[in-house]
Design a protein around this ligand. Structure first.
Ligand code: SF4
Length: 170
């Protein structure tokens, strides 16, 4: 009840309530391959404490995770494995590309290194830098939470289009 005596109402769309729950309960799967992986570990440890944002339930099984954090160099040979891991994650699923190597190949402009994981899987948020600081990953997590709340990630948009019948349901 408000100060003037009128009854207050909490109104929201069901989808907004679901997305609010999703953004505050992300279950990350860390895909750390090199130096950026160390920064990711620091982000999860007590100094930076990613748990403050509801994303502390680290899972090493893709079937139990909805946030893939790719941190480090991805070799061309690893690309099919990364794709398989992504495909096995539950929908809706989100991807953060951490660091120059994951996002663009970084300084490794050679045939054996993937020139950006977005050539293989959809990426929702990129973290710039070499290496990015833990603050960068936390900032990316906040940006991702904003997108999840709006239903504006690749996975959520695909699910929405599938629900309308515009594309095939996977
Ligand atoms: S971006 Fe820099 S710190 Fe990160 S994996 Fe590449 S070389 Fe290492």
């Amino acid at each position: 009840m408000s100060k003037d005596g009128s009854l207050g109402y909490l109104t929201t769309r069901l989808q907004d309530a679901i997305n609010w729950g999703r953004k505050n309960s992300l279950w990350p799967l860390p895909f750390g391959t090199s130096c950026c992986g160390i920064e990711m570990m620091a982000t999860l440890a007590s100094d930076y404490d990613m748990a403050r944002f509801g994303a502390e339930a680290i899972r090493f099984s893709p079937r139990q995770a909805d946030l893939l954090i790719v941190a480090g160099i991805i070799n061309t040979k690893m690309a099919p494995i990364l794709k398989t891991v992504y495909d096995q994650m539950s929908d809706p699923k989100f991807v953060i590309s951490m660091g120059a190597c994951a996002s663009s190949g970084g300084i490794f402009n050679v045939y054996s290194v993937l020139q950006g994981i977005d050539t293989t899987i959809p990426v929702d948020v990129y973290v710039p830098g070499c290496p990015p600081a833990p603050e960068g990953l936390l900032n990316a997590l906040l940006r991702l939470q904003d997108k999840v709340a709006r239903g504006d990630t690749h996975s959520q948009r695909r699910m929405a289009e599938a629900a309308k019948g515009n594309i095939a349901r996977l």
